[in-house]
Ligand binder design. Structure first.
Ligand SMILES: Cc1ncc(COP(=O)(O)O)c(C=O)c1O
Length: 415
């Protein structure tokens, strides 16, 4: 009965004549369970809410491009709807999509049979399913931060405890202290949650770091959930199509669950389509979890996913080229402002920069919304290690970025 909260209980009334009939369930708490109430709510939302009623805002707070999904993908979904593709599908996804994903992943990261691939309702659902597969109450999870909050909060929903190992910030931007991470990955750790290329920092894990972490996790039987939804948003050497992946190093049958999504590389955030690569031994159980979470991804969306994979390479490459231009443009403009310390990262679609006066980044971002009409995400939304920083999503055209920088510049001059 620890979570009984009389002040919010519907069975508690000062007016005896209107009091509800009480019975055996009268003392039942009306609130959600402790683990759910303890979840952090989104500070990005909090900033966005501060913007209600402000007429003119330039929002760069969410992780989403301002461009619509390419027409050929939208047409594929429309065609599937017109053909009547409106029914439930197999829990793990329709076979042609699983096959197309297997081909795509094999091409990028080595042989991956469709039996190791499952379709999900985008990346966030894939993360939840991955955690549900391997984590239970009381388990110890380690997450590398600063980090998109979902990876830290999802294991807590399942009753796990989450320890963090922080990236460091210095002259070379955000870097991993490998020794510190390996030390945090104690033998009693159940799972490592790691996201590279990283939201919010843009940090990209090197292949050597991945190898060292994989070997350590193998030795201690620790699961890895690798969130690689930004793998294609990678600004490496010419010809490099993707950031280094744990899939490049691991076999398909070891303790690795790789999470990916159509949201970022094909501009399909609103479609809710993603996938998991995992050992075959998990697949039957994963099918059960999909059944009890969503039953399947929408069937016409899955059809569009096949077309995205088979015809989308040129548009993904063009997107990444544009993002690189936007990243460089924004970084150069921000670097000219006093009090800004910005480094150019090699992945994702954010600049996560240090801003003088952002010791309380939530308050600062709310003030930027109200007083400058500029929407940024506070660094503290990504864990205490992000405090003092703000995140700017640069997935839009340079003219819009310029308008945002102008607002920031005026605000800083007034301060
Ligand atoms: C690190 C990371 N993982 C996963 C996701 C999930 O995206 P979606 O659910 O749209 O696939 C996001 C979205 O911003 C993200 O930043």
């Amino acid at each position: 009965m620890r979570d009984l909260d009389l002040s919010s209980s519907a069975t508690f009334s000062l007016n005896a004549t209107t009091a509800p009939v009480t019975g055996a369930g009268a003392a039942a708490p009306t609130a959600a369970r402790d683990a759910v109430r303890a979840l952090r709510s989104s500070q990005i939302r909090e900033v966005a809410n501060a913007g209600f009623g402000v007429a003119d805002i330039l929002p760069f707070w969410f992780g989403e491009s301002d461009r619509v999904t390419p027409a050929f993908i939208r047409e594929a979904a429309a065609g599937a709807l017109a053909r009547g593709e409106t029914f439930y599908t197999h829990n793990l996804g329709i076979a042609p999509l699983r096959e197309a994903l297997a081909r795509y992943v094999s091409e990028l990261h080595g042989a991956t049979p469709m039996e190791n691939v499952a379709v999900t309702s985008a990346g966030v659902n894939a993360l939840m399913l991955a955690a549900q597969l391997v984590v239970g109450a009381g388990d110890r999870v380690v997450a590398v931060t600063p980090l998109w909050p979902n990876l830290v909060e999802i294991p807590k929903i399942l009753g796990a405890t989450v320890e963090t190992a922080a990236l460091g910030y210095g002259e070379r931007g955000w870097t991993l202290d490998l020794e510190k991470l390996l030390k945090a990955l104690t033998p009693d750790t159940k799972l490592l949650m790691i996201n590279s290329p990283n939201n919010p920092t843009g940090w990209v894990m090197t292949r050597d770091e991945q190898r060292a972490v994989l070997e350590h996790c193998r030795r201690h039987g620790i699961w890895i959930v690798a969130d690689e939804v930004y793998e294609r948003l990678y600004y490496g050497e010419p010809g490099e199509r993707t950031a280094s992946s744990f899939l490049d190093l691991a076999s398909r049958e070891e303790r690795l669950i790789c999470v990916n999504s159509f949201s970022k590389a094909w501009l399909m955030t609103g479609w809710r389509l993603g996938w998991i690569v995992a050992p075959r031994v998990l697949m039957d159980d994963l099918g059960k979890l999909v059944e009890y979470n969503t039953s399947c991804a929408p069937s016409f969306v899955q059809q569009a996913g096949i077309v995205a994979l088979e015809q989308g390479e040129a548009s993904t490459r063009a997107l990444v080229a544009n993002l690189r231009v936007s990243r460089d443009h924004l970084a150069a403009a921000l670097a000219k402002l006093p009090g800004v310390d910005v480094k150019v990262p090699h992945g994702a679609m954010y600049l996560f920069f240090k801003l003088e006066g952002a010791q309380n980044s939530l308050d600062l971002c709310k003030a930027l919304v109200r007083e400058a009409g500029l929407g940024l995400a506070p660094g503290s939304a990504f864990g205490p290690q992000g405090e003092g920083f703000v995140r700017w999503c640069y997935a839009c055209d340079p003219a819009r970025l310029d308008a945002g920088v102008e607002r920031l510049s005026r605000y800083l001059a007034r301060r």
